[in-house]
Design a protein around this ligand. Sequence first.
Ligand code: SAM
Length: 204
Amino acid sequence: MVDEHLIRRGISDPEVLKAFRKVWRHHFVPSSFETDAYQDYPLPIGHGQTISQPYMVALMTESLRLKSGSNVLEVGTGSGYQAAILAEVCRRVCTVEREAPLLERAKKILSEEGCKNIDFRCGDGTEGWEEEAPFDGIVVTAAAPSVPGVLKEQLAEGGHLVIPVGTMYGQMLVSIEKKGDDFIQRDICGCIFVPLIGKYGWSE
Ligand code: SAM
């Protein structure tokens, strides 16, 4: 998976590649999909949600430009796979999921995997996690209609917010870097994610 789907498509951060070699994706997918775990596509995880495509997880993680000391927020825990990758790359991960059963499942798997530097919250991640801010990186793993201002406000100086923005049917993955009072936005690539539901996302 790493050679064929990540390196060949341009993922080059050694720490990100090391994390993908260490974390087993088949531990995070339902047993009926285990044989597909190392293919480059999303898979269902229940509750109408998905574990994202490995290349997309790698691209989002690399785009955060994390360092070993970084504090990162993930909105949309889902299976817990991206949280496990982030936990390998940086000091601390705060992850928020709105679907309680998914969060419980992810917590159990991540505990079995021995991840100790992840904090969990069940709730609306469009509001961020103010008490744990500022974050060196914020990754939103569901599609937003627009960039929630409150997430920009929770970025540390030099931090990056990576988020898919667009309609329910197609989005642009963008990176927003905080530089002083400015936010520099860059397009990364087109993508398709499940909707971000919440106060600063889509309504239910
Ligand atoms: N990062 C996940 C993984 O590695 O499996 C993939 C997440 S899935 C593509 C998107 C997740 O975002 C879903 O689990 C969904 O329930 C969650 N979600 C949607 N809106 C949310 C919100 N406002 N706050 C937190 N989680 C949300």
